[in-house]
Design a binder for this molecule. Sequence first.
Ligand code: GTP
Ligand code: MG
Length: 422
Amino acid sequence: MPACGGERARARYAALGKVIDPRTGTELDQALVTCFPSPHSYTGEDVAEISLHGSAVIIHAVLGILCECGARLAEPGEFTMRAFLRGKMDLAQAEAVRDTIEAFTLYQAQVAGRQRSGALSSELQPLKRSLLDIIVQLETAVEFEDDGLVLDSRAVTAEKLVSLVRELDRWVGSYRYGRIVREGFSLAVIGRPNVGKSSVFNALLEQDRSIVTESPGTTRDLVTEEISIRGIPVRLIDTAGVGPAADEAERLGVERSYTAIAEADAILLVVDSSRARSAGDEALRDKIADLRFIVVFNKCDLKPAWSAGEKAAYAAGMPWLDVSALTGERIDELRGAILTCLFGGSRPRSEGILVTNLRHLRCLEAAREAVVRGGAALRSGVSEEYVLVELHESLARLGEITGETNVQDILDEIFSRFCIGK
Ligand SMILES: Nc1nc2c(ncn2[C@@H]2O[C@H](COP(=O)(O)OP(=O)(O)OP(=O)(O)O)[C@@H](O)[C@H]2O)c(=O)[nH]1
Ligand SMILES: [Mg+2]
C-alpha cells in the first residue's frame, strides 16, 4: 500500500499529506489521499485517489510529476471499462455510469442511478429465465426423444413463445419514453406574428430571455434554451412569427421557423385568443396537421374572440388550453399538457421497465425477432433444432445487453464515448 505523509495510509481512510516535487523538494500543495486496495475499489484493482485544491496549475504540475514517475493519463471510460472487465459491474451498469455523468436533470440522474445499481440487469432475468426454460425443454426433447419424458407439447411451447414476444414488445415499447427521458426533446413555439410566442417561451423558461414588444416581427431568428419540465430536458425554441414578411431579414426568419417546425419533436402553436380567427390561423394549423402539437390560446386575460367550440374545432383533436403568458395563468398546466402530449400521461416512473439506451433497444429488437422466427419455425413443424438456433440467438442478444456475450467492438464503442478518465 502506498505510503502517505511518512505513514502508511489506512485502507479507505482519507489521509492528509503534502505533495512535494521530488526534483526540487518544493511543496506544491496539501492533499487528501485515499487508498482503495484491491478488490474493494471502483475497478477492483489497487486504486489511490489524490484530492488537491482545485487549481488547474497545481493539478497540471502534480499530473506531470506522476507521469514522470511512470503513471499515464487514463483513456476515456478506462476506469469503468476496467471495472467491467474485472466483473465489478455489468455492461448495462457501466453505460449507466456515463448516463449519470451526463444527466442534465435530477430525474435523469435517478433513472441512470437505478440502472447503475443493476436494476435493468435484474429485471431482464425473468425474461431470460423464461427463454432458457423453453430452450431446456426443446433441448431435452431433441436429446431424449424416445425416453417417454413428459414435456410441453409444441402447442404449449408456441404459446409460451407468443407471451415472450409480448413481454419483449413491452420492453421495446418503453424506449419511446426512455429515449425522451435520456435525450430530452425539442419543442418549437410557433404562431402568427405578435400572438405572444416569445412571452410563452419566456414564461416556460421563467426568464426574460426572448425580446417581447408590441410590434409584430420582433423575433427574427431562432432563440433556443434548455429547460427542464419536471425532470425531462427540453430544448425550447422561440421562432419568428409566420406571416407576410416586411423585409428580407423577416423572410429569412420565417424560413428558419419552418425548419424548426420540421425538426422539432413537438410544437406549441400559439394563437392570440383575443383576436378573431383568420385564414392565416387555418393555414398554419394545416401545415402542422401531421405533427405532434398543442394549441396554446394565449392572452386569456383579455376579452375572448373565440368560443370554446371554435377552439376545440381549431385544435382538430389535438390538446388545447387557454393561458396568459402575461399573468402566468395556467402556464404550469401547460407544462403538464406538454408531458401528457409526449408520454400519453404523466412522465414514466423512474422505477419499472424503461429502456433508455439505443444499443439495448437494438439487442431487444433482435432478441424479439429471433423469438418470432423460432415461433414460426415451431408452428411450421420443422425439427426442434431449427427452433433452438433462433432461441439461442435470442438469448445471446439479451446477454449482449449486460455484456455476457461481449464483443470487443461493442466495448470500444461504449467506452470511447465516456468523458476522459471515468
Ligand atoms: N394581454 C396580454 N398580452 C400579451 C400576452 N402575451 C403577450 N402579450 C403581449 O403581446 C405582444 C406581443 O408579444 P410577443 O411575446 O413579443 O409576441 P410574439 O408572438 O413573440 O411576436 P413576434 O416575435 O413579433 O412574432 C406584447 O405586447 C406582449 O406584451 C398575454 O398573455 N396577455
Ligand atoms: Mg417573438
